[in-house]
Design a protein around this ligand. Structure first.
Ligand SMILES: CC(C)(COP(=O)(O)OP(=O)(O)OC[C@H]1O[C@@H](n2cnc3c(N)ncnc32)[C@H](O)[C@@H]1OP(=O)(O)O)[C@@H](O)C(=O)NCCC(=O)NCCS
Length: 292
């Protein structure tokens, strides 16, 4: 791609800092920057090891970026994309997404695309609007209202690990909920460490020693989290286990915004847990591996 002003692209996070982020977002919306540049650890917190950033540079100044959180085996979630208004409509956004689809083309790529022009940009970059998935989200709030012991009150325990002996049961749980690709990824990942990669937090709900529910969240553990799977064993549904598990997920990530792409049958469930649909402004765009 040729740009009127020479633009280069890099994945080197050292070019980026809070001031650049602030300037781009302020510029993206033609707003004044907040001037709050006093955040030296911002990049290591918000784009920690295991997360990815691609940065567009004009004369050594970052003028656009995209951030991606991934489990490296199944999902790549585009958390943010923005281009400074001085450089918009010059192809930078399209090139940033092209870099993402090239780098993560083997994974299932998703984004909550907020309004226009993000939605046409995603379509131009070859992502598909998933009308069957509803974008649900809640903002981060320092003071969550989540209950501390909802699962314990039901006589259940929760572990953030999957003991090797539970692997097959977790796969059955995932398959029973339609998460075939997650089950296959768990199988293919061999060691469980990969399925529970550096940005992943898993929640395994046990009744005694029996896995009855499971959830996985991909997050930078700073400001944004993506709920990739949540499921309850088929014979244990409608007992309140899903609500208690989601409560635990929300409590763990209370200070972070939490996003998901919900199949329509589950939207009411998430809405009841303070994760309402955002369909007025947001559409889920997706690229499946192998799709062009
Ligand atoms: C969305 C955004 C990243 C696009 O970046 P960009 O560099 O301006 O986009 P590009 O120049 O690569 O444009 C690619 C395509 O997006 C669409 N697009 C971009 N800007 C548009 C505009 N102002 N109006 C209509 N369509 C537009 C067009 O389809 C365009 O293709 P075309 O130029 O061949 O018609 C940028 O507008 C932005 O930073 N917006 C504010 C932040 C934001 O909304 N982020 C997304 C949150 S999910």
């Amino acid at each position: 791609m040729t740009f009127a002003t020479p633009i280069s692209f890099t994945e080197d996070k050292t070019v980026f800092d809070y001031a650049a982020w602030d300037r781009i977002w302020a510029g993206a919306f033609d707003d004044a920057p907040s001037q709050n540049t006093d955040a030296p650890l911002w990049v290591s917190k918000n784009l920690p090891d295991g997360s990815h950033g691609i940065f567009a540079l004009a004369d050594d100044e970052v003028v656009g970026f995209v951030s991606v959180f991934t489990d490296d085996i199944l999902h790549a979630w585009i958390a943010d994309i923005a281009v400074h208004s001085d450089h918009q409509r010059t192809g930078i956004g399209k090139e940033l997404l092209r870099c993402v689809t090239e780098k993560f083309g083997h994974l299932s790529i998703k984004i909550h695309a907020v309004q226009e022009p993000a939605q046409s940009l995603c379509a131009k970059a070859g992502l598909t609007h998933r009308t069957d998935l509803t974008p649900c989200a809640r903002k981060g709030a320092e003071q969550g209202t989540w209950q501390a012991d909802a699962l314990a009150e039901m006589g259940l325990s929760v572990s953030n690990d999957i003991a090797p002996g539970h692997k097959t049961k977790v796969q059955e749980l995932l398959t029973g909920a339609g998460f075939q690709s997650a089950s296959a990824a768990l199988d293919a990942s061999g060691g469980l460490e990969k399925f529970l990669g550096s940005l992943v937090t898993a929640f395994l709900v046990l009744d005694g020693d029996e896995p009855v529910a499971f959830a996985r969240v991909i997050s930078n553990n700073s400001n944004a989290a993506w709920l990739s799977e949540l499921c309850v064993r088929e014979d244990r549904r409608c007992e309140g286990i899903g609500t208690a598990l989601l409560n635990d997920v929300n409590r763990t990530f209370a200070s972070q915004a939490l996003y998901l792409a919900a199949p329509s049958s589950t939207v009411a469930f998430f809405e009841g847990q303070e994760m309402p649909p955002k369909t007025k402004w947001v559409k889920v765009f997706h690229m499946v591996p192998g799709e062009t």
